[in-house]
Design a protein around this ligand. Sequence first.
Ligand code: PGA
Length: 256
Amino acid sequence: MSKNRAPLIVGNWKATPKTLDEGIKFIKSLEKKVASPKYKLPKKTYHIAAPSVFISSLTPHTKRGEIGAQTFDGVVLGQHTGQVTPEQIKSTGATFTIIGHSEVRKRGETQAERKEKVLAALKNKLTTIVCFGEATRDKEGKYLGELEGDIKETLHDVPRELFNNLVIAYEPLWAIGSKEPATPSECFEVVIAIRRALASLSGIDYAKKVNILYGGSVTKESSKAFLEEGGVDGLLIGRASQEVTSFFEIITSCHN
Ligand code: PGA
């Protein structure tokens, strides 16, 4: 990890658990574990991106963590059946949201919508985790240039004073939901490209300090190496965050 601060550990529950009761039980159990003096964990140790309908019922149970959204559908209030706006998300107690996760983009989220959502989330003072990542890699490394281009295009219109609430997640599509994560060195070279793109948008000081996460098949075994050798400041975890024990093991291994 590049900075002297606690790693940002973000669980992405996706469409789990089955019921709100299960979600509350999970949070209560995790809270008990992270509060144990045995582990000497910092005050805030985890973030969970939960299904939006659960957020307001989970936040009263969180002392050592924060609950956020996985996305939202609309950016304006009004006559839009079935849509949820960032103001509404924020009013449930969410402190952050993910935007542009590849599973959302696969369902049809366009680049223009992603840009609009990033801006709307930041204007509503939600910490905004924006996902980027290549679908495949080519030997010549063209994917790095494409990724930098994608970052610049997505964030170009964001006023610079809102940049402090941005977090970038590097999520190679080929690693999400698979058996194989990227290697820490594969991650490291992309993190350099991400910081280069951010430096061109907002200066080198900003690019050095912005939090970057790695996501894609993170397990307790692989988690720490990303922080130590992969150049990232935290992790975005899918499957391994959907079970209390594996999520807690990642939290403790990253904080030690
Ligand atoms: P995974 O998911 O950890 O299950 O690969 C990561 C993600 O989709 O953010």
